[in-house]
Design a protein around this ligand. Structure first.
Ligand SMILES: [Zn+2]
Length: 265
């Protein structure tokens, strides 16, 4: 039987961000999968990631994962990394898969339980800004370090003929614009309704400015904090679509996007 090759896709297992949305699970916090052909990456497996994989329709099978990728060590992004490695390696019975993460996810205090490191064929790959990593059929690159209280990176995924950016947690700064320009689809973590100088997260007005300047065909908003949820991100996405003529969608838990279809390819 011919093997099924996945089209370039993103599937959200969670769209909640920050402490209170996470602890109350107002939105799930399982991160998202990026897939293409037979390569599958689980990005930012926060609390509930494994449960969301198994209960998703159709279920996502962690034993098919190529790698788990962490943008940073905050608990809403990495809580389930050990259990995902357990699942990816069939409880350690198969040494397979990989982990990519910033250095401070490993030292001085690892966010992975020590025993799961032994299940991996190679030690976790330490991410560095400016580097490019070939992971199966997907190329992962890191344009720059974000401004966030811990070492944090966003990613550009080259998936077939689609360039997908993931702008993980960060304060707004001008260098983000050239770093992520030229992508077809941008996933944007929008945690605050209004800018707060003491909190290094993107707010709605900053996300709008970034979106306009990046000028991607499609922007997927996610990682919503409490005030963003109260502001109804789905209506904000509609307003931004009308204002800019670009597609803006507020992601929802469990939502699957086939990227070429999203781009009208
Ligand atoms: Zn964070």
């Amino acid at each position: 039987m011919a093997r099924q090759l996945a089209p370039p896709f993103v599937k959200f297992l969670g769209t909640g961000g920050a402490r209170f949305v996470m602890t109350r699970q107002l939105r799930s916090t399982g991160g998202f999968w990026v897939g293409y052909r037979e390569t599958f990456l689980h990005v930012d497996p926060g609390p509930g990631a494994l449960v969301r994989c198994r209960t998703s329709r159709p279920p996502l099978k962690p034993e098919k994962l190529t790698a788990v990728v962490l943008s940073h060590r905050h608990i809403d992004h990495c809580n389930d990394v050990s259990v995902m490695v357990e699942a990816m390696t069939l409880a350690g019975t198969q040494r397979r898969g990989a982990v990519f993460c910033p250095e401070d996810c490993l030292t001085p205090h690892s966010v992975l339980f020590p025993h799961v490191l032994e299940f991996l064929p190679t030690p976790p790959v330490v991410l560095r800004p400016g580097q490019r990593y070939e992971v199966g059929d997907i190329v992962l690159s890191i344009p720059l370090q974000h401004r966030h209280p811990v070492e944090t990176y966003g990613f550009i995924f080259e998936i077939g003929d689609v360039r997908l950016a993931y702008i993980a947690d960060t304060a707004f700064f001008e260098d983000l614009i050239p770093a992520y320009r030229g992508c077809d689809v941008v996933i944007l973590n929008v945690t605050l309704a209004q800018p707060k100088s003491e909190v290094q997260h993107l707010s709605l007005p900053e996300a709008f400015e970034l979106m306009v300047n990046l000028n991607a065909r499609s922007t997927l908003l996610t990682h919503f904090g409490m005030e963003v949820l109260r502001s109804k991100p789905w209506t904000i996405a509609q307003e931004w679509t009308q204002k800019t003529g670009r597609t803006v969608i507020a992601a929802e838990d469990g939502r699957y996007f086939e990227l070429r279809a999203l781009l009208g390819k």
